[in-house]
Design a protein around this ligand. Structure first.
Ligand code: GRF
Length: 196
């Protein structure tokens, strides 16, 4: 099976990106990284990608000011030039416009640190703790125009322990995300291929 060309969009640390790059190093993995793109030139993940020999590029959103679409057009150009067939958002902290989402719909996935449909948006762990939930988790979903709203591909959960803080929960969840995302991305690739 020919792998799909994968672009990963990040804003910072990039540990999920790193997990995807590691998984994609296996010869039978269904995606091949062609580009890592960050909206912040200081994103630590850019270095990690370059160290792994993956083309890595920063497109700073700041010079575009309020013109989100102009920023996205610059990203879109880089993604198209790289031959991108599937996009994985991995800690990408910009809300995308309907123009970009529609252009890539069905070919773009995201990882969100909650058991969606619970806790869309930010502060997911604190909200789960405050609600007295017994468990938290992460969701990989297709990206649709609504924020954190697309069809769910796969989820993983963990118990919330007495004394847990948002930070302790995030730290325990992270290695679980690193298992979940490569699995879910493989499923997404299979779904795209099945549609062709
Ligand atoms: C992860 O918790 C992910 O679920 C969320 O942002 C965080 C990104 O971390 N969307 P990293 O940059 O992958 O280390």
């Amino acid at each position: 099976m020919t792998p799909l060309n994968l672009a990963i969009l990040i804003s910072g640390r990039g540990s999920n990106m790193e997990a995807l790059l590691k998984a994609a190093a296996a010869p039978d993995y269904p995606a091949k990284p062609v580009l890592v793109l960050a909206n912040r030139p200081d994103a630590k993940g850019l270095e990690t990608a370059m160290d792994a020999g993956i083309p890595a590029l920063a497109i700073d959103h700041k010079p575009y000011g309020k013109d989100r679409e102009a920023f996205e057009r610059a990203m879109d150009e880089a993604l198209t030039e790289a031959g991108t067939e599937i996009i994985a958002l991995a800690g990408f902290m910009r809300v995308l416009t309907p123009w970009f989402v529609n252009k890539w719909q069905g070919r773009m996935i995201n990882i969100h640190p909650s058991l969606l449909p619970k806790y869309k948006g930010l502060d997911t762990h604190q909200r789960a703790i405050d609600a007295g939930d017994a468990e938290a988790g992460a969701t990989v979903h297709w990206v649709s125009p609504g924020v954190d709203d697309g069809e769910i591909i796969q989820q993983a959960s963990l118990p919330i322990l007495p004394g847990d803080t948002a930070d302790s929960l995030a730290a325990r969840l992270l290695p679980i995300e690193h298992q979940l995302y490569p699995d879910a991305l493989a499923k997404a690739c299979a779904a795209i291929k099945a549609r062709r």
